[in-house]
Each structure stands twice: as C-alpha cells, then as structure tokens.
Design a protein around this ligand. Structure first.
Ligand SMILES: Nc1ncnc2c1ncn2[C@@H]1O[C@H](COP(=O)(O)OP(=O)(O)OP(=O)(O)O)[C@@H](O)[C@H]1O
Ligand SMILES: [Mg+2]
Length: 243
C-alpha cells in the first residue's frame, strides 16, 4: 500500500468537478482544449485548477503564457501558483525546461506525487490535460482521481478516430463518465466522426473549426479568449459542461 494514495482523496475532496481532457491520439488539440476550457470557466467566475499531466511534453504553460516563477510555495503541501486566476500545477515547476525521460514506474510515482502534494483547496472545476494514448497516465488517473469525467478530443482524420475509438471503448467498458467527444480542427462538413461516436453509444459534443489565427494567440490568454476556437468551445461549455 502506498500511503500517498490515501492522501489524494483528501486533496481532491473540495473539488466539485474533475474533467480529464484525453484522446487516444497525439497532437489533436487536447492541451489547447484543456487550457482554453480552464480559461473559459475562470472568465465565467468559477474557481478553476489546471493540472498538466503530460510529463514528456508539458505544454499548458506555453499555451497560457505562464512564466517560470521559481519553486511553488509550500504550506503542508504545494500551493499551485495562480496564473490568469487559474490555479496551475505542472511538472515544469520541478524539471524546468530540461528534457524528461521517464520509465513507467517513474510516471506513476510522479503522478501520485503531484496529486498527493498539490493543495488545490476549494475548486468548482479541475481540468486535467492528459498525455496521448491509453498508457500508464490514463490508467493512473482513472485509479487515483475517482470522480473524473472525460472529454475526448479527436480530429476529423480517420487515422485519429481509429486511435480515439480504443480510448472510447475502454472508457465505456469501465463504465466511466464520458461528457463526450469534441471533433477538433474541423475543415469540411462531414458526419464521419459524429456517426462513429454515435455508433459507440457516446455523446458527440460539437466541432471546433480549424482556426488559422490560433497560433498567434498561443501564450496570450487575453487573445485566446477572442479566437474562433474559444467561440466554438464556448458553445460546448454552455451546452455540455455547465449542467
Ligand atoms: N482548432 C484548431 N485550429 C488550429 N490549430 C489548432 C487547433 N487545435 C489545435 N491546434 C494546434 O495544433 C497543435 C497541437 O495542439 P495541442 O498541443 O493542443 O495537441 P495535443 O493533443 O495536446 O498534443 P500532444 O498529444 O502532443 O499533447 C498546436 O500547435 C495547436 O495550436
Ligand atoms: Mg498536449
């Protein structure tokens, strides 16, 4: 038994909703969706936390333009620094920008450690930016963050959907709550992803269109809030998240 796992329940006990943004596939826009979702909810006046669990390629801090501010403050754990009013925790506070290579057991240990030390306090939403695939991180989050609900991101590509299906089937088999699937970077009108998701029996949330101006807004939260990407995401938030 790992004593840290019993601490985790206590650490997460004052959080109303925990939403994992995941995908079976890399590069589909998970981090953009997770960071923008945190930003959207904080603008609506909610208390929001963002946890970047992509240990190999953390990127939420880049999207939100979070500068390194030294080691986070300690108080019977670690207080997640607030950026743009979002309580933010990521491995970058500990590894800086040095390359990080971890074995499976290290991954589990780091995730347990991050969850056990972070003092989120009272939150309306904790958004978790997941790494790609259905590896150790996903299994650890399912095991440790018991109340987590999932938003799954895909692109319209048949290649992406092939990998995303594996995650969807796994979540369905484990009877875990899936808020639904977002089709990101949509360019043409096609019902391929929608039909695929419906066939599996899970909710299709909506599409976010390819936004050619998105790159310019990376690192600038105030600009991100004004993008087409955020407008598309906001429709999903209003309809499917604020319940
Ligand atoms: N709707 C969109 N329109 C235009 N560009 C987008 C859109 N969504 C995401 N992108 C871009 O696609 C790239 C990948 O996005 P992101 O890093 O969020 O993907 P990811 O799924 O988190 O990747 P990884 O699997 O590596 O963690 C980024 O450069 C991002 O700016
Ligand atoms: Mg990512």
């Amino acid at each position: 038994m790992d004593v840290r796992t019993s601490v985790i329940d206590k650490r997460l006990s004052k959080i109303n909703h925990m939403i994992c943004v995941a995908s079976g596939k890399g590069g589909v826009g998970k981090s953009l969706v997770a960071s923008s979702l945190a930003l959207n909810l904080v603008e609506k006046g909610f208390k929001v936390g963002l946890l970047d669990l992509d240990l190999y390629g953390p990127s939420s801090h880049i999207i939100l333009g979070i500068k390194k501010q030294g080691f986070p403050e300690e108080d019977k754990g670690i207080l997640p620094p607030k950026n743009h009013n979002i309580s933010f925790m990521s491995i970058v506070y500990f590894t800086e920008d040095k390359p990080s290579a971890f074995r499976g057991i290290d991954i589990s240990n780091i995730i347990i450690e991050l969850l056990a030390i972070t003092q989120w306090g009272k939150l309306d939403y904790l958004i978790i930016d997941m790494p790609p695939g259905i590896g150790d991180e996903t299994l650890d989050v399912i095991r440790l963050v018991k109340k987590s609900e999932f938003i799954v991101v895909s692109t319209p590509s048949k290649v992406a959907i092939g990998a995303v299906n594996k995650l969807l089937l796994m979540l369905k088999e484990l009877k875990l709550p899936v808020i639904g699937v977002i089709e990101n970077m949509k360019m043409n009108e096609s019902d391929y992803v929608k039909n695929n998701v419906k066939k599996i029996g899970l909710p299709y949330l909506n599409s976010i269109y390819f936004d050619k101006n998105l790159e310019e807004a990376i690192g600038k939260p105030n600009r991100l809030l004004k993008t087409r990407f955020m407008k598309d995401l906001d429709k999903i938030v209003e309809k499917n998240i604020l319940v």
